[in-house]
Design a binder for this molecule. Sequence first.
Ligand SMILES: O=c1[nH]c(=O)c2nc[nH]c2[nH]1
Ligand SMILES: [Zn+2]
Length: 440
Amino acid sequence: MKLYRAQLMHTPASPFVFPDALQVLDDGAVLVGNGRILATGSYTELRAAHPQAEGVDLRGGVLLPGFVDTHVHFPQVRIIGGLGLPLLDWLDTYTLPEEARFGDPGHAAAVAREFVSGLASHGTTTALVFGSHFASAVDLLFREASRVGLRVVAGQVVSDRMLRPELHTTPERAYAEGRELIGRWHGQGRNLYAVTPRFSLSASEGMLDACAALMREFGDVRFTSHINENRREIEVVRDLFPGSRDYLDTYERAGLVTRRSVLAHSVHPSDRELGVMAEHRCTAAHCPCSNSALGSGLFPLRRHLAAGVHVSLGTDVGGGTGFSMLKEGLQAYFMQQLMGEQGYSLTPAHLLYLATRAGAEALGLHGLTGDFSVGQAFDAVYLRPPEGSTLHTVLRHAESAERTLAALFALGTQADVAQVWVQGDEVYARGPQPTPEVAR
Ligand SMILES: O=c1[nH]c(=O)c2nc[nH]c2[nH]1
Ligand SMILES: [Zn+2]
């Protein structure tokens, strides 16, 4: 057993429902055995009750639940930063040419390493991942996630039109390869499978039906896709599905809108779509950096909440600008501030919830990860800014835990991630810090 001592913060409940949901232990501790949290509480009390536990002293930083990124693309690591284009042009110019390279196992294996280490080194312990159009590359992604120990929910991306020929498949082949991948990876170690049509624009009704067949056959695989991201995209989808009421209806008709569904973006939903998403308890994955970079629009968080739609957060690498869930939280805050009365003023507690527990709920994993409640896996990120950094200075002077948390979102980067665990296993540790220069 290990006793981790630190300043702890977590949100076991939603601050959107319970204003005092943020739980803070200034001198706190988590007792961990076999990767599971056995107790969470004051250090003094837990140490007295468990004198034999091995101590891990993490004072000087902040321990948070590992981040849960609910929308991120494996084959897009190397195209992060393709700024200046709207969605459909960005896909044609930067994204699809890169994704076409993943039929080459050497390329796919190299990017799988970059991708998984990118997630882990930013404190993300669970991710809902858009895989590759190539089944062989999806295998390599799951293999790398297993080697490192990260939790991934991932799937083969399927499409049968409008992209480029190398990325197209058929409904029959998508079903067959999906079945094989599910058999190999779903529920193996920390891996889960997500059925993943790219978006209705690139998936015919037949393709969506093949996805629905997999969802019916495998009762607990997850579903993910894109929705209502960009106005031009929405127009094209309307033309491609003349019989559908709206974008959501293209998925709804196939039976793909359920509690197991996470739909990325939802920037331009109708009231009908929000009502149906709430009724079926599916999640909207909000990707604020991507929405800003691609000029997609301002996410109507207040309307989602009013309709009762569950909302989580995603980086959307590579439309997004990196793996940092801290940056995503800050950008979500900025965008809501800029929306005036239509925005929702987010507190640091909301940001932490969106970056952790909300994602676990979206994936149906809230009994396993997302906070430090007893029985959960010990999935955690230890943030400790290097001495001399601005964040280090601000934390030293922070007057409350809320101010500390706000500063972590405002200033925190990959450089502040000191250590990361999944189910008690260390999946990332920062290298030695350069000694601050001594003034002579
Ligand atoms: O942000 C996005 N990234 C993508 O790769 C994509 N494909 C379809 N729609 C998309 N949106
Ligand atoms: Zn995306």
